[in-house]
Ligand binder design. Structure first.
Ligand code: ADP
Length: 413
């Protein structure tokens, strides 16, 4: 089945065309037929397109909205010049959409009908920066492909629906949970779920026996404690702001700081919130950049003190979460690194894992250094916990979930 995977942001759209046909996920033979992204939709958009394994072509195109972008994309996919083996719009059999917030309502992926659409709309209150754009993507795909083509929503929050109350409740008056749904939802769920599935596949572990910590360390970053195959705790909270230090997000902080800075700087709470989301984290501490690779270069080439501080703060926060989760889940069999930083930076992995020998964690520097971009294990002999790098692949999981929803197969894996 040819599935178009869409991830729509305010002025962006990322896509992959994936063929997935197998009836068993364990034997799945998935083929990437095309991928690309659109930036600055709404004006002169930058469009980067590439067919399976081929070079990326970049062009500037006037695209007034997301519907125009989807139209352009479908025209390219079916044109023959894309190299994708589809020639008609009808060859796209389903569309899988990344939807950020599923609230408590959506615990798994679902086909979008009017009721589901309304429910995603109701959740805009909880995710005003994301859900409206995700809906725009669904509307655009429906308009271009027709109502007969199934649209499936795959939620970032869904994997975390198994969090126990003690992990998802905040210790504030209970009525705020009841009245407004103020609780930890967690995000990056599709990524954590993919990594856990791939770990099981690589190690032959059963779902029920899966006891691991997954670290998605990219521009956004989060940790997830997975017990019995289920999310038992995760570091992002009511919004993606909580938890680890990120590219531009602060992660954990004392909420009293919001009012204090607001008073001192004459900023409204909304402005402080924007500062915590967009000007903090690696960028805020270093005063240079949100990009980990650039910070590592600054540190090694110019011994920049604040670049180093930002990297160390980032690593220390991850360490603290590992400690907390290892305590909360009574140990883990493996810790798995993913995301742009987790997959590509042996240096950051090493800083996170060093001096954790009291916990029984020992890394093999040679194996660690050899793992940049690939999949593999880097713990030293005798380590009580296995250390892995497993590149994440949210698009693939979205494609498979879409296939399973459309064909009526079990979604639990
Ligand atoms: P997003 O969360 O936007 O998908 P990514 O997962 O692509 O982001 O991660 C982006 C981060 O990964 C950036 O901070 C980037 O500098 C970092 N990164 C990518 N490659 C490397 C590398 N070789 N060494 C260190 N950091 C890297």
């Amino acid at each position: 089945m040819h599935i178009l995977v869409l991830n729509v942001g305010s002025s962006s759209l990322k896509f992959q065309l994936i063929a997935t046909d197998e009836t068993s996920i364990a034997q799945a033979a998935d083929r990437r037929l095309a991928r690309g992204h659109f930036e600055r939709i709404g004006g002169e958009a930058i469009v980067a397109l590439s067919a399976a394994g081929g070079p990326t072509t970049k062009t500037a195109v006037q695209l007034r909205d997301h519907a125009a972008a989807v139209e352009y994309l479908i025209a390219w996919l079916t044109s023959g010049e894309s190299g994708a083996p589809i020639s008609r719009v009808a060859d796209i059999e389903a569309v899988g959409h990344r939807v950020v917030h599923g609230g408590e309502r959506f615990t798994q992926s679902v086909r979008v009908d009017d009721k589901v659409w309304g429910a995603i709309e109701d959740l805009i209150d909880l995710a005003p920066l994301h859900n409206p754009h995700n809906l725009r993507g669904i509307a655009a795909a429906r308009a271009v492909l027709g109502a007969g083509v199934p649209q499936v929503a795959v939620f970032d929050t869904a994997f975390h629906h198994t969090l126990p109350e003690i992990a998802y409740l905040y210790a504030i008056p209970y009525q705020f949970y009841r009245r407004y749904g103020v609780r930890r939802y967690g995000f990056h769920g599709t990524s954590h779920r993919y990594i856990a599935w791939r770990y099981r596949q690589l190690t032959g572990t059963t779902r029920d026996a899966t006891k691991i910590i997954t670290l998605h360390l990219g521009n956004g970053a989060s940790a997830c404690a997975i017990v019995g195959g289920n999310s038992a705790d995760t570091s992002m909270g009511f919004t993606p702001l909580e938890g680890l230090v990120m590219g531009t997000r602060s992660g954990d902080l004392d909420p009293a700081i919001i009012d204090f800075i607001g008073e001192k700087e004459g900023m409204a709470p909304r402005e402080v919130d924007a500062m915590l989301n967009k000007q903090s984290g690696l960028l805020g501490v270093s005063g240079l950049t949100a990009d980990m690779r650039e910070l590592l270069a600054e540190e090694s080439e110019h011994a920049d003190r604040r670049a180093r501080l930002a990297i160390e703060l980032f690593a220390y926060r991850v360490k603290k979460y590992l400690g907390a989760y290892l305590a909360g889940m009574n140990g883990a069999d493996a810790i798995i690194f993913a995301g742009g930083i987790g997959e590509n930076s042996p240096d950051v992995r090493s800083r996170i894992c060093k001096d954790m020998d009291w916990l029984g964690m020992r890394l093999d520097e040679g194996k660690n250094a050899g793992l940049a971009g690939g999949e593999g294990r880097f713990d030293a002999d005798g380590s009580r916990v296995a250390l892995w790098v497993i590149p994440t692949d949210e698009e693939l999981l979205i494609a498979r979930d879409t296939w399973r929803v459309v064909t009526g197969h079990d979604l639990r894996s």
